[in-house]
Design a protein around this ligand. Sequence first.
Ligand code: NDP
Length: 312
Amino acid sequence: MQRFSSSAIHGSSSMSTMSTYDHQSAVTVLGLGPMGRALAGAFLDAGLRTTVWNRTPGRDRELTERGAAAAPTAAEAARASALTVVCVVNYDASDAVLREEETATALKGRTVVNLSADTPGRARDTGDWAARHGVHYLDGAIMTPAPTIGTSDAVFLHSGPRELYLRHKPVLDALGGSHTHLGEDIGRAAGYDIALLDLFWTAMAGYAHALAVARAEGITGRELAPFAQGIAAILPPLIEEFAGDADDGTYSGDLNPITSAASSMAHIVHASEAHGIDAGVMRTVEGQARRAIALGHGTDGFMRVTELLGRH
Ligand code: NDP
């Protein structure tokens, strides 16, 4: 166990000193939920000198046993490394940590990579705060669960100053997986995150509903699962095709017009409600399809609703 001491504290190194990965590199992780612990564990596995802090004490035990230095305050943790990774529940939490006076002072001239999830607006607001306080700032999003961290399956998205990203990439690469810099707009990683989680959670809502309807019909989850996987396997080529349709504004319904899709959705609503199962999500989707038909798009494909969602 590496005890936290003044000898573990390093001044703010210039960005150029971070340009190559070596085992002397130091990194600080603020926030030790399941994801923060996974990030810190991957940094330790890569041989980086890792300092950790969490609001609630006691979450660092396994990490300190593996060699992490536990800092008593976020400010002391920030002083220990040129690079601080913050990963807490949302930006209310990361604001509470980063904007605390002593921590903000400690971070001046150093780099923060915020891997907490929130909205693009909150990311831009934090980027503005960082600029006003002399903190180098990158925003990011983690698109895979904690057990993937440190493996080739991890997926990280980043946005902010490209030069800053490239300078810290050697350390970030210790987290494994793929890292993609999406652009200088600090809100861009959060924009991807929101869109991708929108897809994920509506898919999860659909699957939860499907399992409830199947159960009401005497079909177990395990009986349904192989066929549910078959439905999921249809999606990858459709995701590609519909992305092009959305970009081009063309929504061919040659193979499955929206009139046919709306009829199929009505069956799901009726069957669900016959079992007393809430069909609110599918009623909303059917309503969108019917609206597209009413606007004269009945021969288009369902993805035409993409154009109508923001229109009143
Ligand atoms: P949580 O989202 O539950 O966040 C827990 C962490 O947030 C703890 O360190 C907690 O501290 C801290 N926290 C909460 N409120 C505050 C506050 N006001 N001030 C300071 N710290 C606070 O756990 P995860 O680690 O799983 O997630 C962290 C981030 O990573 C989230 O934004 C999440 O969406 C994202 N993420 C997580 C994934 C996962 O698989 N877990 C996958 C992809 C992204 P304390 O212990 O003191 O409560």
